[in-house]
Design a protein around this ligand. Structure first.
Ligand SMILES: Nc1ncnc2c1ncn2[C@@H]1O[C@H](COP(=O)(O)OP(=O)(O)O)[C@@H](O)[C@H]1O
Ligand SMILES: [Mg+2]
Length: 247
């Protein structure tokens, strides 16, 4: 299996807090991998390191064999590694279509903001909106969408840049339980139809067990366990970490 992402011995501290210590993991191209762990165990910190949001203290992060840890967020996203669901980045006053168009990175020059958007981008935006189930809402202001629909719009805004890998921080957080299955189905389709590798932080155990082929569990800034969903579910260290955190 080709590795799309390889994290080796990565550490990151905030002052005295060792948020990540000697993290190593690897992700096969085309797979869906989960990251679980109690609150404060360092999951978001790791995602921030991967996308270049902050410098790491030590270690290496390779995407398609290229070292990422010296690159900026923008350089990393241009290589096809995108993060979504960290915060809502949609513009509520603009229509869904307009949000899609401004998300599309053209040449990357600031002057693009003032250029007319090519017809192909318009068609592509419509196709992707229809893929996430928002085609009917394309001319509505994004602020009028439900929270779950806004998450789907964010997903669509990432897809228009044709990423190779998406990393998703708690995609179902705050979503009505009845809509969660819709998000999970969409993510599975994103993986299959567009062949996009997914790395997903998820609190909802049922969701991650259904979604991921492999799961890493973190605790206290370290990787505690890795394995298939069934292995993780029955791992005593994982069970103890969650029970420990709950008490
Ligand atoms: N920007 C920051 N400044 C200081 N401490 C932080 C910052 N971000 C996270 N931390 C600390 O790092 C640890 C890991 O946090 P985080 O990565 O957000 O965990 P998780 O996403 O698993 O809940 C926690 O102790 C948290 O308080
Ligand atoms: Mg977090």
């Amino acid at each position: 299996m080709t590795k799309i992402l390889e994290v080796t011995d990565v550490s990151k501290a905030y002052g005295g807090v060792k948020a990540n210590e000697d993290i190593s993991l690897s992700i096969d191209q085309g797979s869906i991998v989960g990251l679980i762990g109690p609150n404060g165990s360092g999951k978001t910190t790791l995602f921030n390191s991967i996308v270049g949001a902050h410098p790491i203290d030590k270690g290496s992060i390779k995407f398609n064999n290229e070292e990422l840890s010296t690159l900026t967020v923008d350089q990393i996203s241009r290589r096809g590694l995108l993060r979504t669901f960290q915060q809502t980045k949609i513009y509520g006053q603009m229509t869904c279509m307009m949000n899609m168009k401004i998300s599309k990175k053209l040449t990357g020059k600031f002057s693009d903001m003032f250029q007319t958007i090519p017809k192909e981008v318009e068609e592509e935006a419509e196709q992707i909106l229809s893929f996430v189930g928002l085609y009917q809402k394309r001319n509505l202001r994004a602020g009028e969408l439900s929270f779950g629909q806004q998450k789907l719009l964010e997903l669509a805004m990432a897809l228009i840049n044709a990423p190779k890998m998406l990393i998703l921080d708690e995609p179902t957080a705050g979503i009505n339980p009845t809509l969660i299955n819709g998000i999970v189905d969409r993510l599975i389709k994103v993986n299959k139809k567009y062949n996009i590798t997914l790395f997903v932080i998820e609190h909802n155990m049922r969701v991650i067990m259904n979604l991921a082929q492999k799961i890493y569990c973190m605790a206290y800034g370290r990787i505690l366990a890795e394995g298939k969903p069934e292995e993780i579910k029955n791992d005593k260290k994982v069970i103890d970490a969650y029970l420990g955190a709950a008490h």
